[in-house]
Design a protein around this ligand. Structure first.
Ligand SMILES: Cc1ncc(C[n+]2csc(CCOP(=O)(O)OP(=O)(O)O)c2C)c(N)n1
Ligand SMILES: [Mg+2]
Length: 586
């Protein structure tokens, strides 16, 4: 085969090629070429039968292969790379157990609408299908299907191009999500004519086509919005994903409408923006008369659009709001309450249409002022709390430092998981740029921490600050080795309160076992990073925390800061205690 030039044109084979031999290629090469042809440059995975050689050949072919210690973390890395870039993140695993380890991340990606492709090697079809006991036997395709947007399998080398094209298109078009691609062991060494192979590859044209909203739908939304006395814009991570930040900002500023960012939408506009209503959430949700949902779903995070949160009489009742819902999916509207003006299309096109038509409308100043008053009052209260300096540290006194660091380093990525460690960080630490806050998302899943941190450093090429509950960190803590191996600029801060939610709980039933919620007291997590050549710090005051983070940011070295927090500082389940069926007994 000739060489593929930068322009993607195949140059004729030179005279160096043996003239009498017909050139062949194989499954390994075709998978790699198909991915490269589609702009995929990074693979997150873990080697083993049957994909060991694939990882080697990928690296040799110039793909960056980031090799993890557990597939779940590789999967989370791939999924968040998808969110950050809008290109599908690729996770590569071995069969059965490796596949299952990656599957949690694939399901999580689908739930969060992150484009991701899980590529797993699999065992011999004929043996698996007759349940004859192959090495790592499992019908992976069937198992993956209900947990992702689509699952595909490629049996013949000449179908690799189609298989990868379908996987890419499915992952990123419409509502993005996870795709499973099953590649049986036998596929990789399959040899076919090189020219035939080359011609079978597809460079996907326009993988996520624009979807222009209907004129009538735009007009309906504008009519409703222009009649609003107390309008509110709610930004979800779908709005962040779309990367149409300037138009969203223009729409908000032009109309003067207060806006509320969901967790991963923080930073589309800076949280310090005068129209940001985050600090007045419990005021604006029940009070608003017209709510524009932009890439935000009315799921549990928004109390399904019902109940007291929305000013309704009881948990099943609807509030008085009317809703405009901007979403890429035509079936999102009416999922929980009536949507008066559904606007279906890609976020960029919908926002542009609204921006054009909203000319002349301005949110009433009484409303804007009422929101600002409420918000400023709450911010002042919070400022008092942040000034406190107890010993041991509270979440507030520690996060006050993190808040300053992010303000001074707005380009850094903030990865965040835990319960109290999550909720307090979200409310205390302002974000200034879009797609910088990466957290537990729709499921509130623990374990995303180190995978997200690795991806943010590798793909985002910026300093990463991971604020981790001590329990949350445990789910992916071994990836500190990965962070050290690739020498990534990741600074992990463990908010160490000795347990799940808090560390001061007594055991039950008189046994010598500790409570199921507490860990070894004063665990020295920082030694984990030191074990692999990184920097470990143990800090007990805000000043020590500040110095340790500053040093990590200056040196860019892998750093783990073990921040000692009072063991009784947290509340059970953080801010979602009401969802915990046993908590009411307390
Ligand atoms: C995969 C998964 N397992 C379990 C949980 C339940 N859970 C929610 S938060 C949490 C840990 C909270 O403790 P920590 O991370 O130390 O945060 P803290 O509240 O102590 O700051 C757990 C286990 C979950 N959300 N996801
Ligand atoms: Mg904890």
């Amino acid at each position: 085969m000739g060489t593929v030039t930068d322009a993607g044109v195949t140059a004729p084979a030179t005279s160096q090629a043996a003239p009498h031999q017909s050139q062949e290629t194989d499954g390994f090469s075709l998978v790699i070429e198909a991915l490269k042809l589609n702009g995929i440059d990074t693979i997150f995975g873990l080697p083993g039968i049957p994909i060991t050689d694939l990882t080697r050949k990928m690296q040799a072919a110039g793909l960056r292969v980031i090799s993890f210690r557990h597939e779940q973390n590789a999967g989370y890395a791939a999924s968040i790379a998808g969110f950050m870039t809008g290109k599908p993140g690729i996770c590569l695993t071995v069969s059965a157990p490796g596949f299952l380890n990656g599957l949690t991340a694939l399901a999580n990606a689908t739930t969060n609408c992150f484009p991701m492709i899980l590529i797993s090697g699999s065992s011999e079809r004929e043996v698996v299908d007759l349940a004859q006991g192959d090495y790592e036997e499992m019908d992976q395709l069937a198992i993956a299907k209900p947990l992702c947007k689509a699952a595909y399998r490629v049996l013949h080398a000449e179908d690799i191009g189609i298989g990868i094209a379908r996987a890419i298109r499915t992952a990123v078009s419409g509502r993005p999500g996870g795709v499973y691609l099953d590649l049986p062991a036998k596929l990789f060494p399959q040899a076919i004519d090189a020219e035939l192979g080359r011609k079978s590859l597809i460079k996907v044209v326009d993988p996520a086509p624009k979807q222009i909203p209907g004129q009538e739908a735009v007009q309906r939304a504008l009519d409703l919005l222009k009649g609003a006395k107390k309008p509110l814009i709610l930004l979800g991570k779908g709005a962040a994903y779309a990367q149409c930040d300037n138009d969203i900002k223009a729409l908000i500023e032009k109309t003067g409408i207060p806006y509320l960012p969901m967790s991963m939408a923080k930073g589309i506009l800076p949280d310090t923006h005068p129209q940001c209503a985050s600090a007045a959430r419990s005021f604006v949700l029940p009070e608003a008369d017209v709510v524009v949902l932009m890439g935000a779903r009315l799921n549990w995070l928004l109390s399904q659009g019902k109940g007291k949160t929305w000013g309704a009489a009881n948990s099943k009742a609807w509030g008085k709001q009317k809703f405009i819902q901007v979403d890429i999916s035509p079936i999102e509207a009416d999922s929980n309450v009536r949507i008066d003006a559904p606007l279906v299309g890609d976020m960029g096109s919908c926002v542009a249409a609204l921006l054009k038509g909203v000319e002349g409308y301005k949110a009433p100043t009484e409303w804007a002022n009422a929101v600002a008053d409420k918000k400023n009052g709450n911010i002042a209260k919070m400022a008092e709390k942040l000034k406190e300096n107890p010993s041991p540290m509270s979440f507030h006194s520690a996060l006050n430092i993190v808040r300053d660091v992010v303000k001074e380093n707005p380009d850094c990525y903030l990865v965040n998981e835990g319960a109290n460690a999550l909720d307090f960080t979200r409310s205390i630490v302002d974000m200034y740029k879009p797609r910088k806050r990466l957290d537990v998302g729709t499921w509130g899943v623990m374990g995303i921490g180190m995978g997200f941190a690795v991806a943010a450093a590798v793909v985002g090429k910026q300093q990463v600050l991971a604020i981790e509950g001590d329990s949350a960190f445990g789910f992916s803590g071994m990836e500190t080795e990965t962070i050290c191996r690739y020498n990534l600029p990741v600074c992990v801060v463990i908010m160490n309160n000795n347990g799940v939610y808090r560390g001061d709980e007594k055991s039950y039933g008189g046994s010598s076992d500790p409570s199921p919620l507490v860990f070894v007291k004063d665990a020295r997590y920082e030694k984990l990073m030191e074990a692999f050549g990184g920097v470990g710090k143990h800090v007990t005051t805000p000043a020590e925390l500040r110095a340790a983070i500053d040093e990590a940011f200056r040196s860019k070295r892998p750093t783990l800061i073990n921040a000692v927090i009072a063991e009784g500082a947290g509340t059970e389940s953080g801010r979602i205690t009401s969802l915990n069926p046993t908590a009411k007994k307390k």
